[in-house]
Design a binder for this molecule. Structure first.
Ligand code: BG6
Length: 489
């Protein structure tokens, strides 16, 4: 089979994402013989770097992220730099000349990926100019890859979408949600649809609730400026968390094609019960990290971080209860929570099954535990199924037993990075693990009333100490329903 080939043009090539994620991912794709050895990357940004400076930056990035790095000089020689002014048409014309030349040298057949890894205010301008100045008019294909944030709310997302759609068709647009590149997020579908024992139970008759947690240990770090305008709801819930909800709740697609899968996900998002502003407080909690001690070190509160307002009301934590109004899910709450500066870095999904109809073991004063299916997204990757069984020997009911199949993705099998898979998918023209505009629009429609409500009632912001699992209000949210968060570590 022929390897996919293209010139990858990275806008924002001097930035953090390029260095941390994109260069190492491209390196691994080449090393693993996934993409043609004849590839080229053109870095575009405002700074006046030379090819040499760019290449040494690329090399540093690979050296920092991998223990061994054979053929690094050869790899870096495929990288070219082009200083660029996004608003100046002649910048685009020069870039086009360069791409045409490189196309001849690397035999990339006119295939071009335009990867926008930079400030979103220029996404529209760039897309329009790429078309206007003829950069997309080649004999090959052109694809546009867009990093988040895709808008700030529904109106701004619509505007952005309108701009890029002037220049690219929907099937040329690859909107990144890097969670969709994670091995175990992709595995949600397989676990559900390739096992006879889960799908028959996967509904409101047998499932009591689903809990999705994505906790981080890091604080806002040096991203205060961005984060102050975003907060956890826009940064994590609108995209990553709702994507996981859609994958967990969707109907089996009739086949595994991009369109079929996306259309099932869209139906879930359409069935999310919308919250009116005055229902938000009952269903969603926002929190902000406060001073806290972690491994004997005192960490600052969010309001003391760089580029953060000292009276900031930005949420660094969100917990919420979602309901899906369809036949399968009526009455089953999906609880989500995500936050920064929590006690562990972990993303996990816990599916809690309903209690058995009657507890025969009641007299033994043992607590029965519900069956749980835990999908470990990160850092562990795998599944645990929690069952009840008799303790061997003394005939009493013992602890629940976990059937565990987990790889530790740090020490164990080295699964490919999300970005590696997503770049590869884009090269092959497979948009399944990217978000369609309809998904983006529906996610914003769900999230917008929540942010509006929070803008309007400024008082409710639950503080939680750095290094904890979030504010107590998030526990109360589940307690009201007679549920509890299952420990995730
Ligand atoms: C990004 C957010 O989309 O996801 C970050 O902007 C967050 O704030 C990150 O830290 C979390 O990703 P991961 O893969 O580390 O869970």
């Amino acid at each position: 089979k022929e390897h996919p080939k293209a010139i990858i043009v990275i806008f924002g090539a001097t930035g953090d994402l390029a260095k941390r994620k994109l260069f190492p991912s491209i390196y691994r794709l080449v090393q693993n013989n996934k993409i043609a050895k004849d590839f080229a990357v053109v870095g575009v940004a405002r700074r006046s770097w030379t090819n040499e400076e760019f290449r040494s930056n690329v090399k540093e990035s690979i050296q920092a992220s991998m223990k061994t790095h054979p053929e690094l000089d050869e790899f870096a020689s495929h990288f070219h730099y082009h200083p660029f002014d996004v608003t100046n048409p002649s910048s685009y014309l020069e870039l086009n000349g360069m791409l045409t030349d490189l196309d001849g040298i690397y035999h990339t057949s006119g295939n071009r990926i335009f990867y926008l890894a930079m400030a979103p205010e220029f996404f529209g301008t760039i897309a329009l100019n790429l078309k206007k100045e003829g950069l997309t008019a080649t004999d090959g294909w052109s694809r546009l890859v867009i990093e988040k944030p895709f808008g700030h709310d529904l109106p701004s997302a619509r505007k952005l979408n309108h701009e890029i759609r002037e220049a690219f068709t929907e099937d040329q647009i690859y909107r990144i949600d890097h969670y969709l590149g994670k091995e175990m997020v992709q595995n949600i579908e397989v676990i559900r649809f390739a096992n006879a024992i889960f799908e028959p139970l996967w509904n409101n008759r047998y499932i009591s609730n689903i809990q999705i947690t994505s906790s981080e240990v890091l604080g806002v770090e040096d991203r205060g400026r961005y984060y102050e305008n975003s907060g956890a709801l826009r940064d994590m819930v609108q995209n990553h968390m709702l994507q996981m909800v859609a994958l967990l709740a969707m109907e089996p697609p009739i086949k595994l094609t991009t369109d079929e899968i996306r259309s099932e996900k869209v139906k879930v998002l359409r069935a999310l019960r919308p919250l009116a502003e005055d229902e938000v407080a009952e269903n969603f909690i926002r929190g902000q990290y406060d001073l806290g001690t972690v491994s004997e070190k005192t960490l600052p509160s969010y309001r003391d971080e760089n580029n953060v307002d000292e009276l900031s009301m930005t949420e660094t934590y969100v917990a919420g209860k979602l309901l899906i109004d369809n036949f399968r899910w009526a009455g089953v709450p999906i609880y989500i929570r995500t936050g920064k500066r929590m006690s562990v870095k972990s993303t996990k999904i816990v599916v809690q099954f309903k209690d058995i109809p009657m507890n025969l073991y009641y007299n033994r004063k043992e607590t029965m535990h519900p069956n749980l299916l835990v999908i470990h997204i990160q850092p562990d990757e795998g599944v645990t199924l929690q069952l009840n069984a008799q303790k061997l020997g003394d005939g009493t009911y013992g602890k629940p037993i976990p059937l565990n199949h987990c790889n530790n993705s740090i020490d164990g099998i080295n699964t490919p990075e999300a970005y590696e898979k997503l770049i590869y998918d884009c090269m092959r023209g497979d948009a399944t693990n990217f978000t369609h505009w309809d998904e983006v629009a529906l996610s914003w429609s769900y999230v917008d009333p929540i942010s509006k409500a929070w803008e309007h009632e400024k008082a409710e912001l639950a503080k939680y100490p750095s290094g904890s699992m979030g504010p107590k209000e998030a526990d109360q949210l589940l307690e009201k329903d007679g549920a509890q968060w299952w420990p995730i570590s």
